[in-house]
Design a protein around this ligand. Structure first.
Ligand code: IMP
Ligand code: MG
Length: 191
């Protein structure tokens, strides 16, 4: 599909599935290599956005590991609220374990910074950050993003797990908001 419509907004094709899979391949190879001697790392999927990425990533991870989920929310519409809500907490002890946080996207860095603190407080030994997408121009955090699969500009995107107000997660490709079409379709207020 060249474009999709979610509510009143149009999104156009941005990253086709094949490009995403190539990026997942590469990041999985790096993780397999770097963590090969680590004792059973925990891959911590950040719900809901990371579910597709985590599924594709884990099929390529060949070291013994655990998979756990945590659920947080910080976005409303197309921008971050700056506040992270923990909706489903940690369901497994992370004490003295190496954790790989698996995110769909790191934008301002608020979520990842908060998660890092939660894991540190819970006694994690080492915390690595893996994300499918990274928006370096928006990033305000201090933590190193260890394993970014793809770097993108600050545009708002959907698909492959990512949503716009809960819609659009199921698409296998990634779409970017089409500002031109959306501007043209805006109702004009006549005075
Ligand atoms: P941060 O806390 O500002 O880094 O934002 C991280 C979270 O906001 C991500 O895990 C996503 O759920 C959401 N998010 C950030 N950018 C986008 C986007 O372009 N599309 C959809 N969700 C996004
Ligand atoms: Mg997320």
């Amino acid at each position: 599909m060249k474009s999709i419509q979610l509510y009143n907004k149009t999104f156009k094709l941005y990253l086709p599935y094949e490009d995403i899979q190539m990026a997942v391949d590469n990041v999985a190879k790096t993780i397999n290599k770097e963590l090969k001697d680590v004792d059973t790392p925990i891959f911590l999927g950040v719900l809901t956005g990371s579910f597709m990425f985590l599924g594709d990533l884990m099929k390529r991870i060949d070291i013994p590991c655990d998979v756990v989920f945590i659920r947080v929310a910080s976005y409303e519409g197309t921008s971050s609220t700056g506040e992270v809500k923990q909706i489903l907490g940690l369901t497994k002890s992370v004490k003295d374990r190496t954790i790989v946080i698996v995110e769909d996207i790191v934008d301002t860095g608020t979520t990842i910074t908060e998660l890092h603190q939660i894991l540190k407080d819970a006694g994690a030994k080492e915390i690595k950050i893996c994300t499918l997408l990274f928006k370096p121009d928006n990033y305000k955090g201090n933590l190193k993003i260890d394993y970014p699969a793809l770097e993108i500009p600050s545009d708002f995107i959907v698909g492959y797990g990512l949503d716009y107000n809960q819609l659009g997660r199921q698409y296998k490709d990634i779409y970017v908001i089409d500002e031109d079409t959306n501007a043209k379709n805006k109702p004009i207020n006549k005075i």
